[in-house]
Design a protein around this ligand. Structure first.
Ligand code: NAD
Length: 257
């Protein structure tokens, strides 16, 4: 398949300054998309878009808080001036820890707002643009923790399960209008988010090795592997896939112990 389906079309990647979003921004830009990185981290956002641009691709950074609908309105207006918006990848997210007993209401709300309400808020304003431009695709980044859980992640796991349900309803609501919506449920992926978590438990690389060995495949995943899955879901190769959680976890979610 050639890249006509994505060439010169705007792909908004929330959380595109780091980790999975950054790798997806790179992958989409390499295929010819006009990438818009929407991230709250201005320093990393500028550095990432400059890095992609310097490699000869189209990439812009628009500072955005995905929990704030006025900030999203600015994003959508600026992105629409760069070309027709056809794609959205919702990768902005936050890992939090705690049981229902130890999680404060503030952390609970923050986790829900960044990990799942943002998907609604951004899609709410981007979908009319995609419709105007006669279709496209949305990929939400959930987690294998939306399906299976470890201990001490009450808010995070709940937000990721909600993202799967949201994806399903979005898929049902918009597929007949030419917008396919799916989500990815990654296992542990080597990103700054995972490394931050690992550093709480010991020497980062050692902890990542240990976490990797709990995945049947024997290692943690790379952001590029998730980016490839996102590009597949965005592409016409995935034309008949609607509202699905695609698990990319090295087998982690399939084991009992
Ligand atoms: N890394 C993993 O092991 C893993 C596994 C499963 C799912 N995920 C999910 O993948 C997504 C990306 O995670 P990652 O590992 O790449 O993390 P990351 O921390 O490397 O990147 C997350 C990005 O989101 C941005 N962000 C946070 N709050 C924001 C806000 N309010 N507005 C705009 N941007 C905001 C951050 O600035 C950062 O650039 C998250 O939703 C995460 O829950 C990650």
């Amino acid at each position: 398949m050639n890249d006509d389906w994505i060439k010169d079309k705007v792909a908004i990647i929330t959380g595109g300054a780091s980790g999975i979003g950054q790798a997806t921004a790179f992958a989409a830009a390499k295929r010819g998309a006009t990438v818009v990185i929407a991230d709250i981290d201005e320093k990393l956002g500028k550095e990432t878009s400059a890095m992609i641009y310097d490699k000869g691709h189209q990439c812009h950074f628009i500072p955005t808080d995905v929990t704030d609908k006025r900030s999203i309105a600015d994003l959508v207006l600026s992105a629409s001036e760069l070309g027709p918006i056809h794609f959205l990848v919702n990768s902005a997210g936050l890992q939090t820890y705690g049981t229902v007993e130890t999680t404060t209401e503030e952390v609970w709300d923050q986790t829900m707002n960044i990990n799942v309400k943002s998907m609604y808020l951004v899609a709410n304003q981007v979908i009319p643009e995609i419709k105007k431009n006669t279709g496209g695709a949305i990929v939400n980044i959930s987690s294998v923790q939306g399906i299976r859980s470890q201990k001490n992640v009450a808010a995070y796991a709940t937000s990721k399960a909600a993202a799967i349900a949201l994806t399903r309803t979005m898929g049902l609501d918009f597929s007949s209008e030419g917008i396919r919506v799916n989500c990815i449920c990654p296992g542990s992926i080597d990103t700054p988010m995972l490394r931050f978590g690992a550093a709480q438990h010991g020497e980062e690389n050692e902890v990542l090795k240990e976490w990797g060995s709990s995945h049947p495949i024997g290692r943690v995943g790379t952001p590029e592997e998730i980016a490839k899955t996102a590009l597949f879901l965005m592409s016409p190769d995935a034309a008949f896939i609607v509202g699905q959680p695609i698990v990319a976890d090295g087998g982690l979610g399939s084991i009992i112990l």
